[in-house]
Design a protein around this ligand. Structure first.
Ligand code: PSU
Ligand code: MN
Length: 303
């Protein structure tokens, strides 16, 4: 056994029985949404995964361990403590484990722990990426490097337009990360279905996605895959107010000199405030939509 990995009994049973499993992240709980919607959403995401035939494995750092599979009480703790729980990327991991401090895992750390636990499918909201102005700031999310090296498929609604989506896609190409559009030719921009940027390939069913993933990894091609799943039309907010709020939030972050890992949580909270909660409603719906697709892909992977 790995000295720092703890797999819950439910997830362990599913692993032993070869049942489909979907990994879920915890930064979205502690830093991505306000309490109590964060806990409600996390529980609803787990329920959605179950209803679609897979076992949920929410991942976080607790009690000096990398945990795959959390109890309701642990999810409640992460949500209620919010920013009191460290946002943990790959570089932060050894400090938190050594000091037994709690940590909310980003896409990067959730991927790496999922792979250690033997879980290949992971659902989230949006991935980090290359920030606007990265040519100066070098602010490129560690999520992209993790996608380059760790063999886990990330089902997401694309990435927010707080990022430079064109540069994000260039970076992924350089690092050999396939970007699949699920029933779309266009890379979605998180709250909205369109970004003006294309995907590498469009695939229209969970079975086709499972075939692609199995083929990639069987061929010895290590690394992740992005499955970009646009927010359903019925839940897509009006584009103009979201864009205006995004621009205003970015300007505010610059004015306040917000840097590093604080940037994404600050912008998410600001956009929510500026849209009167509309962005949060969209965020919840797109996460549920991703959980649904991830479970269906995990089921197909098991066939
Ligand atoms: N994008 C979202 N919501 C989020 C995040 C990204 O729409 O909650 C979180 C994810 O956990 C992602 C992290 O891995 O932010 C990226 O942070 P950074 O840009 O600091 O690498
Ligand atoms: Mn960053």
């Amino acid at each position: 056994m790995h000295p720092f990995l703890e797999i819950s009994p439910a997830v362990n049973e599913a692993l032993l029985a070869g049942q489909p499993i979907v990994a879920l992240e915890s930064t979205i709980i502690s830093h991505g949404m306000p309490y109590p919607q964060n806990v409600e959403t996390a529980m609803l995401v787990e329920k959605t995964v179950r209803e679609n035939g897979a076992v949920p494995a929410t991942i976080a750092i607790l009690d000096g361990k990398m945990k795959a599979g959390l109890s309701h009480a642990e999810i409640e703790y992460l949500g209620k403590t919010g920013r009191g729980v460290a946002k943990v990327s790959r570089r932060d991991l050894p400090f938190l484990l050594a000091n037994r401090q709690p940590g909310a895992t980003t896409v990067a750390t959730t991927m790496l722990i999922a792979e250690m636990a033997g879980i290949r499918i992971f659902a989230t909201g949006g991935i980090g990426g290359v920030h606007r102005g990265a040519a100066e700031t070098m602010d490129i999310s560690a999520d992209l490097q993790e996608l380059a090296r760790t063999s886990v498929a990330v089902i997401c609604a694309g990435a927010k337009s707080i990022l430079d989506l064109g540069l994000t896609l260039e970076y992924l190409e350089t690092h050999g990360v396939p970007v699949i559009g699920y029933q779309t030719d266009e890379f979605p921009a998180f709250y909205t279905r369109k970004s003006g940027h294309g995907v590498d390939r469009r695939l229209d069913s969970p079975a086709e996605i499972a075939k692609l993933l199995k083929t990639k990894w069987l061929a010895g091609l290590q690394g992740g895959v992005i499955i970009a799943n646009p927010i359903p039309e019925t839940h897509e907010p009006a584009v103009a107010p979201i864009q205006a709020a995004t621009e205003a939030a970015i300007a505010e972050a610059e004015r306040l000199d917000i840097k590093g890992k604080e940037v994404s949580p600050f912008l998410l909270a600001k956009i929510k405030e500026l849209t009167g909660g509309e962005s949060l409603r969209a965020n919840i719906e797109l996460v549920l939509n991703n959980a649904r697709l991830a479970a269906r892909v995990a089921v197909e992977m098991g066939k």
